[in-house]
Design a protein around this ligand. Structure first.
Ligand code: ASP
Ligand code: MG
Length: 404
């Protein structure tokens, strides 16, 4: 029998009415001839509320206790959905992450799945039950409850789909697919029928809040096709994330991230070779301290300078380290008011890079820094110009898409 994992996000199970709606949807997937495993997120903003409660009673809660606390949100949804399914005549059983055999490392709050012991879920399926698994959690080798990081129920869904050899993982939420840009900002954005794992991963890492980035990486590694679809329009086929994309042309989409700072350092020694090793040493220093930085370039060139982006949450630690260890006399220049606009495409190194720079410059939009990978070009612009930058770039590349 064909097998599928379907995951419902927090808005899909926000209240009892929606849980009943989801139960009907699960039933219809089962009637389509699938063996179904369901993964659920916590209802609405439950996780945020639980974290707030912890903050109300403790200044610096132990991560172990936090994980036990926030794992309960998903357990509530799982049990309620199993009850709703039984009510509509579908045999169902709810599972915590531990009961579902999800073994993780001991990194509370950011645990990684080491193995899924599938025996319990396979036995449930064999007995004709729909297992409803609480997402976002597992159990460590020591028996402690762990959580997988914010948005981690997507990771649960992909891990189960891979371990149970499901033909696909459908991720239902209130968005009906992956768009060429955030449709709430650009009304002309269009839905992509499909997108490659690598492109989706770049979008997910750079501000598109559709899928958890680690889940996309896992899906790519373990070859699990994902369909992103809407709980409220289940007939729509949404967007398929898979190996070979069918989106026309080179351009896939745009995303926007506003959580990073730009840091600029000047080398006392000026340009040349000394400046090269100075840059390498500084980057190594930050990376060794576990601070992820992305080194960039500017239109004017970066001789004698180092430009990088860092998550704002890591900025203070990065600046402290630079002040303590480098003995540089010129203080870093920090800009916290930037948006990182990313153009994601099959190949950005062809014409996308030049065309993006020309389009933004012609529109009078300054580019503070640029970074790139094979599938992404990111342009840092002043935060108040982010919508204009998105519009200019979308007009540019969506036009090419229509012409393709
Ligand atoms: N409830 C968790 C969170 O809000 C996990 C998830 O939604 O996937 O981060
Ligand atoms: Mg949630």
């Amino acid at each position: 029998m064909k097998r599928i994992v379907i995951k419902f996000g927090g808005t899909s199970v926000m209240d009892s009415g929606r849980i009943k709606h989801v139960a009907r949807l699960v039933e219809s997937v089962q009637k389509d001839g699938y063996e179904v495993v369901v993964v659920v997120s916590a209802m609405g903003h439950t996780t945020d509320h639980l974290l707030q409660l912890a903050a109300d009673v403790g200044r610096c809660p132990n991560p172990r206790e936090l994980d036990l606390l926030i794992s309960t949100g998903e357990q509530v949804s799982a049990a309620l959905l199993a009850i709703a399914l039984e009510e509509s005549g579908v045999k169902a059983q709810s599972y915590t992450g531990a009961m579902a055999g999800i073994l993780t490392d001991e990194h509370f709050g950011q645990a990684k799945i080491k193995h899924v012991h599938t025996e319990a879920l396979l036995a449930a399926l064999k007995a004709g039950y729909v297992p409803v698994v609480a997402g976002f959690q597992g159990v460590s080798g020591k028996g402690d409850v762990t959580t997988l990081g914010r948005g981690g129920s997507d990771i649960t869904a992909i891990a189960l789909a891979a371990s149970l050899a499901a033909e696909r993982c459908d991720i239902y939420s209130d968005v009906d697919g992956v768009y060429s840009a955030d449709p709430r900002i650009l009304s002309q954005a269009y839905k992509l029928p499909s997108i490659s794992y690598k492109e989706m991963h770049e979008l997910a890492c750079n501000g598109a809040q559709i899928l958890n980035a680690r889940s996309v990486e896992m899906a790519m590694r373990r070859a699990v096709p994902i369909r992103v679809r809407s709980t409220f329009d289940p007939a729509d086929s949404g967007t398929l994330v898979e190996d070979s994309p069918h989106h026309a042309g080179n351009f896939a989409g745009l995303s926007c991230l506003t959580t990073q700072s730009h840091v600029q350092l000047h080398c006392d020694a000026g340009g040349g070779l000394r400046s090269q090793s100075w840059k390498k040493n500084i980057i190594a220093l930050l990376l060794e301290a576990g601070i992820h930085v992305e080194v960039g370039s500017t239109l004017k060139g970066t001789a004698g300078q180092l430009h990088f982006a860092v998550e704002r949450a890591d900025l203070a630690a990065a600046l402290d380290l630079l002040a303590q260890k480098t003995g540089e006399t010129i203080p870093p220049v920090v800009d916290n008011h930037l948006a990182k606009i990313s153009v994601v495409a099959r190949d950005v190194r062809s014409s996308i890079e030049v065309e993006s720079i020309v389009a933004l410059t012609r529109a009078g939009l300054p580019i503070v820094m640029m970074t790139s990978t094979e599938h992404r070009l990111s342009l840092f612009v002043p935060i108040e110009l982010r919508e204009s930058a998105l519009r200019v770039l979308h007009d540019k590349f969506a036009f090419l898409k229509i012409a393709a």
